[in-house]
Design a protein around this ligand. Structure first.
Ligand code: KIV
Ligand code: NA
Length: 274
């Protein structure tokens, strides 16, 4: 049975921290399903880690729907959230159309969109139409050209605005809100102001839950570990090592072995040879 928003909310009131990880494909979803993670985020970070773009801006709804379908197919237990891509929720009717594809076609249980009070009308429309919405404030990667990649809410006006944005999302009906790159004390303050869960990334331990990018926490990038991430495994080394073992085995004639292919009747072979 897939986890529901109600179950997650009950867990939070009982003091349980929510654990979310990004996921972009079927095989990874199968693995995540076996782990204890509560939520999978089909994040538009897929534009960077899966497609090699240098921001999330080029990600299309098509990219998201295809990945979300695969993640939904590969998982049975965690709640799946899908990001609405850049410029697909500028108006409430655009937001509804995009959510229809991600929820209706791909089968995610919730969508996530970036922004505070300015997107409250879209959030309200979606929620009233039956689409659970997760907000996302602080550093919002779709606004990288306005914000730069930096911690948000450091001065008093920006901190006050962040709290107002969080409250506006809650009032509009969002069921949770991601806080990205926000000082730890401010994230704790926002968390205390809200009755819905906060999910932090680079926002300290005072949030109701945490989210991390799959590739960051499993060490699939070797050269760069963001400050907010910990490599719980270093899979890049494992993968390169496995590929090198394959290359060596083929070159040495050790692979494939006799057991890796079918054989045929010798008499048939003789006939073919004539
Ligand atoms: O797309 C993404 O990976 C995200 C998380 C960083 C919250 O939005
Ligand atoms: Na995202």
């Amino acid at each position: 049975m897939r986890t529901t928003i109600g179950q997650l909310a009950r867990g939070v009131t009982e003091g349980q921290r929510l654990v979310m990880v990004t996921c972009y494909d079927y095989t990874s979803a199968r693995l995540a399903d076996r782990s204890g993670v509560d939520l999978l985020l089909v994040g538009d970070s897929l534009g960077m880690v899966m497609l090699g773009h240098d921001s999330t801006l080029p990600v299309t709804l098509e990219d998201m729907v295809r990945a979300a379908r695969a993640v939904v197919r590969g998982s049975t237990r965690p709640l799946v959230v899908g990001d609405l891509p850049f410029l697909t929720y500028t108006t409430a009717s655009d937001a509804v159309a995009a959510a229809r594809r991600l929820m209706g076609e791909a089968g995610v249980q919730s969508v996530k969109l970036e922004g505070g009070a300015e997107v409250a009308p879209q959030v309200e429309t979606l929620v009233q139409a039956g689409v659970p919405v997760m907000g996302h404030i602080g550093f919002t990667p779709q606004s990288v050209n306005q914000l730069g990649v930096r911690v948000q809410g450091r001065d008093a006006p920006a901190a006050a605005q962040l709290i107002r944005d969080a409250l506006a999302l809650e009032a509009a009906g969002a069921w949770a809100v991601v806080l990205e790159l926000v000082p730890a004390q401010l994230a704790a303050e926002v968390t205390a102001h809200l009755s819905i869960p906060t999910i932090g990334i680079g926002a300290g331990a005072g949030c109701a839950g945490q989210v991390q990018v799959w590739h960051d926490l499993l060490g699939l990038y070797e050269d760069f570990v963001p400050r907010h991430a910990r490599q719980f495994r270093t899979l890049a080394d494992q993968i390169v090592g496995g590929l090198d073992d394959y290359v060596a085995a083929v070159r040495a004639g050790d692979f494939p072995g006799a057991e890796h292919a079918a054989t045929m009747d010798q008499q048939v072979l003789a006939q073919v040879r004539g």
